[in-house]
Design a protein around this ligand. Structure first.
Ligand SMILES: Cc1cc2nc3c(=O)[nH]c(=O)nc-3n(C[C@H](O)[C@H](O)[C@H](O)COP(=O)(O)OP(=O)(O)OC[C@H]3O[C@@H](n4cnc5c(N)ncnc54)[C@H](O)[C@@H]3O)c2cc1C
Length: 1061
């Protein structure tokens, strides 16, 4: 396997994730072309401006800047994000006016923002502006409510301002064309204009990716040549720049690219990344039997008329322009350029020029292009390509073909396609491409994902897949929104996933839509019902259904795979890789036996006719997915209980008149950090049930949430109060859980939030926390009983401080709820209550997984906090208890907290990790990161692990993993101290001191980093060990040192890192 997996986050949209490091992109990479554009500008610039837009063009640059990744000039480029509004470009001009250098300044922008930039740039002299606009042709099309690649508007902008434009003809050109536009911008502003939706959203294998160093070197070489281009006429400069690029990379780029017959009679001309690649590929193939040719335009502006005319072979009688138009235009600007160039160069002998115009919302696919071409020329019959599923029976077998997945956007199997794409991409002999589109309109929200896998020697076919070898559909609802059979090749298998259970298969098939059955029969498709509810399997609870669908897929494409399917599941599972093979084997055989149900497609179905009710028409359904958004429909909160009139009316008004009230629906609006909804996928106690400490390992499925995390970071959990206790309190207080309460936002009092009373007390208020003095003070005025009021006043006053302290120490009435029970006359109204009880705070937990190894999961290791209060009640910590009890499948809100716990910059620097109890959590993540580094071929330094617990039998947390990683050569040494397993007490510091020589070498000679995590109490002992290491080194080298001071210095330098709580 030669493929580098550089992802730090993977999702239903991006199975290969965003790269954590621009350096990791080189050679062969699985990524998106826009990421390469970002990497190129990051490698060559000190500053990047970016306009905000759908698809977050700036996300990679922002990530690398946040990670402090320096580029080859040893600079961490700084990013300035700009709002799309007129005047924002002044910030760019201001920056340019203040800097001395004349190097290119990249601006990442959607095409739709250029309208707002134009007025600012209009009157300026172009040769004083080294601006390189990296333009994602991206706009919102009102007519179809979709995100489209509008080229017309950016070209108009460039034409009016006299700027040059270059456009890549495939993803593989992304870096080169970015470099070209950067170099050209040294003379005057230039645009690198590419297909926004495709470059942002398509992920796949790209070869010959240049590393940041190579990019910087190439840029320097190109930039050195700009004085030569300056002396040329403006129209000739891009061609000269392309020649210089060709000399560096041994490429053959021209402003116009020709493919097809040597003596064509008809030549098609196209502009735009996806359409160019598709047309060049298609025509190159068809030209074996048809006298046709194709020209794709790499440099649309300035349009070099002579070079264009020279690209059209003399045999051409007719030229057909495929031209994009917007609005009411009936002819494209491209046609005008083409016609003028041909007439100018050849006069009346020029070939005739005709045109096919299409709007920006037009969806290109191979069949559609063929249809377009065949309306101008007679094409050879397309030989029907039979569906042949691979007969290979080994784990290495990776099927080639195209696969389409349709799901409702809140469906259970939304992420299956991305997992399969990931698994397929692990085969170094395959070129896998992946694209997911959200259509939030049709079918009440659907996701359409496509995977195309071809041998590496072949090119993937761009555009939408319209002849898939396997089509998966989740549920029958989509069948009435999309004509899914139209995307299936003749003879392909259609997998129909059903999660609601199929009691009687015959009856189920009977009820399938007539048109679906008719099309299946007409297209000679096979139908397999995948009844995911038929398999119950506790070991994989929460994701059994997803695995069932994956088994059905592998059984279809690799029918002879047998038990090797387990490896495939492992590969695609990612986050679940710890599952034992025996478990997966059992699950797979259950799927085969119970879930995968082939259905006979009866040829007579082809004759079925729908009975239309009066007034109904049988309009054809769409078959290629529109991309109406870059994410699914927003979640809406569930309506609660019976309405309480007045407040419900106000909530209803806010929802009905959103604009007037400025209403937005958001996840925990009270919290200012970025939140994600994740799902529990595993929750397992790791200490014996009769042991006094309940330590548990919990995993969350983060698929499709966009949540990303780095090594050493912590997960912030917004826990909920115990529902039964909340209800008990509401009953005591006389509150109705379903009533609504409107609370001001804590950050911005102008905003109000509406929620149910039960929600407020479960999720927002620290009802069972320890009340501070201030609370007693605030509560006192509400007490109607004199004695209670006085007592509360005292506790809230300076004089009562000693009393309060005593109460708190003795755990008398230790929570807000207890205080209300103790003072029954103090009953503030709901609106006051929500103000005087402190808000619930999030708790943090060190993340125990590396996202490189678990792209779709977060692991935590947690101990349930408990204590016994003065009344003998066992009390539990709010969040640890809440988490311990979460069932698999439960959703909860989390956020990510950055941390100082970083690995040293070089993979070869040793790491020494020490911790007690749950302090081991981040070390599991560290070790997984080391495994990943090793898998990438990096040399890794020594890894020492010191851990302490009372008994090995009960508390050797992650013991099997450490032993396995040691056996695998990742962990160098495990120093485990089980204090009570032998007569004499052995502590973690004893184990560390046993290796003082090795550690002196690792820390002092090899610049290693030392970590301590978990409870605070071992800090002095461990710090003393590190001081011993420093002293030992001083002794050897004959230096005099202040060891305590040295260790402090190490702390400062981030080489002695403590995360204690
Ligand atoms: C960066 C970081 C990483 C961490 N990583 C981990 C980890 O990996 N694993 C892990 O298990 N923990 C970790 N923690 C600790 C974790 O964040 C929580 O502090 C811990 O789980 C306790 O939270 P809780 O809500 O369960 O308890 P809380 O409700 O916060 O109670 C904590 C303590 O407060 C006292 N207390 C609370 N309420 C009352 C009351 N009403 N009356 C009297 N006393 C009361 C009790 O003594 C109790 O022990 C980490 C903390 C930090 C800061």
């Amino acid at each position: 396997m030669t493929i580098e997996k550089t992802s730090i986050s993977a999702s239903a949209v991006a199975p290969f994730g965003l790269p954590a490091d621009p350096d990791s992109l080189h050679g062969v990479a699985y990524t998106s072309p826009h990421t390469l554009v970002s990497q190129t500008v990051y490698s060559t610039a000190a500053k990047v401006f970016a306009y905000k837009s759908a698809g977050a063009l700036e996300s990679s640059v922002q990530l690398w800047e946040a990670f402090g990744r320096a580029n080859p000039q040893e600079i961490v480029p700084s990013l300035t994000a700009l709002e799309v509004r007129s005047g924002a470009a002044n910030a760019i001009l201001g920056y340019l006016s203040q800097r001395a250098s004349h190097t290119a300044l990249p601006v990442l922008t959607p095409g739709s923002a250029l309208n707002f930039i134009q007025p600012t740039l209009a009157g300026l002299t172009a040769d004083k502006l080294p601006l390189s606009f990296q333009v994602a042709a991206l706009d919102y099309d009102e007519a179809t409510s979709s995100l489209v690649a509008d080229y017309v508007s950016p070209l108009k902008f460039a034409r009016e301002l006299g700027y040059s434009v270059v456009t890549p003809l495939s993803a593989a050109e992304a870096q080169h064309m970015t470099l070209l536009s950067l170099a050209l911008s040294k003379l005057q502003p230039s645009l690198h204009l590419y297909d926004g939706p495709a470059f942002l959203r398509e992920n796949g294998r790209i070869e010959n990716v240049l590393s940041p160093t190579e990019l910087a070197a190439a840029y320097t070489q190109l930039a050195a040549q700009t004085p030569l281009w300056e002396s040329l006429p403006v129209a000739k400069r891009p061609a000269a720049a392309l020649s210089a690029l060709n000399a560096i990379f041994d490429t053959a780029y021209q402003p116009f690219e020709y493919a097809g017959h040597a003596e064509p009679t008809t030549v098609f001309v196209v502009y735009g990344t996806v359409e160019s690649e598709l047309l060049l590929q298609t025509v190159a193939t068809l030209a074996a039997d048809a006298k046709i040719g194709a020209v794709a335009i790499r440099v649309p502006l300035p349009f070099d008329t002579a070079a264009f005319a020279a690209t059209i072979p003399a045999s051409a009688k007719s030229v057909v322009v495929l031209g994009q138009t917007v609005g009411v235009a009936t002819t494209s600007a491209l046609k005008a350029d083409v016609a003028a160039a041909l007439f100018w160069e050849s006069g009346i002998a020029a070939p005739s020029v005709s045109e096919f115009t299409y709007p920006a919302s037009f969806i290109w696919s191979p069949l559609i292009l063929r249809k377009v071409l065949s309306s101008f020329v007679v094409l050879p019959e397309a030989a029907a390509k039979p569906v042949v599923y691979s007969q290979d029976a080994t784990t290495a077998a990776s099927p080639h073909g195209s696969f389409v997945f349709w799901s409702p956007d809140n469906g259970q199997f939304v992420e299956v396609a991305s997992k399969l794409a990931h698994a397929l991409s692990l085969d170094g002999a395959s070129r896998v491409n992946y694209r997911a589109k959200y259509d939030n309109v049709n079918g009440a929200g659907s996701v359409h994902a496509q995977i195309a896998s071809v041998p590496v020697a072949e090119n993937s076919v761009p555009g939408s897949v319209d002849a898939a070898d396997v089509v998966f559909v989740e549920g029958t609802q989509i069948l009435s929104a999309y004509d899914v059979i139209s995307t299936a090749r003749e003879g392909a298998t259609v997998l129909l996933g059903v999660s609601t259970g199929v009691v009687d298969l015959t009856e189920f098939v009977e009820k399938l839509p007539i048109s679906f059955k008719r099309d299946l029969a007409a297209n000679k498709n096979k139908l397999v019902v995948v009844d995911t509810a038929a398999v119950e399997f506790p070991e994989t609870e929460g994701y059994t259904a997803s695995i069932v669908v994956q088994v059905a897929f592998w059984r279809t494409v690799l029918p002879k795979l047998g038990d090797h399917v387990v490896q495939k599941l492992w590969q695609s599972q990612g986050s679940g890789i710890e599952l034992l093979p025996s478990i997966l084997t059992t699950l797979a055989s259950k799927c085969d036996e119970l879930a995968v149900k082939p259905v006979e497609v009866v040829p007579e179905w082809a004759q079925l006719v729908e009975e239309l009710k009066e007034g109904e028409t049988s309009d054809p359904l769409p078959f290629l997915a529109l991309e109406t958004a870059f994410s699914g429909n927003p979640r809406t909160s569930e309506a609660a209980g019976e309405p309480e009139h007045s407040v419900y009316v106000s909530a209803a008004k806010r929802l009905a008149f959103k604009e007037a009230y400025g209403t937005t629906t958001s996840l925990r609006p009270d919290l200012s950090v970025r939140n994600f909804v994740v799902k529990v996928q595993e929750n397992r106690r790791v200490t014996p049930s009769d042991y006094d400490r309940n330590i548990f390992h919990i995993e969350f499925d983060i698929t499709g949430t966009g949540l990303t995390y780095d090594i050493g970071e912590a997960l912030g959990i917004h826990g909920r109060n115990d529902s039964a206790l909340v209800q008990q309190f509401l009953d005591l207080y006389g509150l109705e859980g379903a009533d609504l309460v409107v609370v001001p936002n804590r950050d911005d009092a102008k905003l109000v939030e509406t929620r149910t009373v039960f929600q407020a007390f479960s999720e927002n208020l620290d009802l069972f926390g320890k009340p501070p003095k201030r609370f007693y003070e605030s509560l006192a005025p509400f007490a109607t009983e004199e004695a209670e009021r006085k007592q509360l006043e005292l506790l809230g006053s300076a004089e009562g401080a000693a009393d309060l302290k005593k109460r708190q120490e003795e755990n008398v009435a230790d929570s807000y709820a207890d205080v209300f029970a103790e003072f029954p006359s103090a009953r503030p109204a709901l609106s006051d209550l929500v103000q005087i009880i402190a808000p619930l705070k999030r708790r943090e937990y060190s993340i125990a997984s590396s996202q490189k190894m678990h792209p779709n999961a977060v692991h935590l290791l947690i101990v349930v906090v408990d204590w016994v209060d003065s009344r003998g009640r066992t009390r539990f910590g709010h969040c640890s208890k809440y988490l311990a009890e979460l069932a698999v499948g439960t959703e909860l809100v989390v956020s990510v907290k950055p941390s100082v716990m970083k690995l040293p910059p070089l993979s070869t620097q040793p790491i020494i990790m020490s911790g007690l109890g749950t302090g081991l959590a981040p070390f599991k993540a560290f070790v997984e990161e080391k495994i990943w580094q090793k898998q990438q071929g990096m040399e890794i330094g020594a890894v020492y692990l010191y851990l302490g617990a009372r008994h090995k039998k009960e508390e050797y947390l992650y013991g099997e993993l450490w032993e396995a990683y040691k056996a695998a050569g990742i962990v160098t040494h495990i120093g485990a101290a089980f204090s009570r397993d032998q007569p004499e007490k052995i502590y973690i510091q004893d184990r560390i001191r046993e290796n003082i020589e090795e550690l002196t070498d690792a820390v002092m000679e090899q610049n290693g980093s030392f970590y301590l995590c978990g409870p605070t109490w071992p800090v002095p002992d461990i710090t003393a060990c590190l001081e011993d290491v420093v002293k030992n080194d001083a002794q050897k080298t004959g230096k005099k040192v202040d060891a305590a001071h040295e260790v402090e210095e190490m702390k400062e330098a981030g080489r002695y890192i403590l995360e204690v709580y």
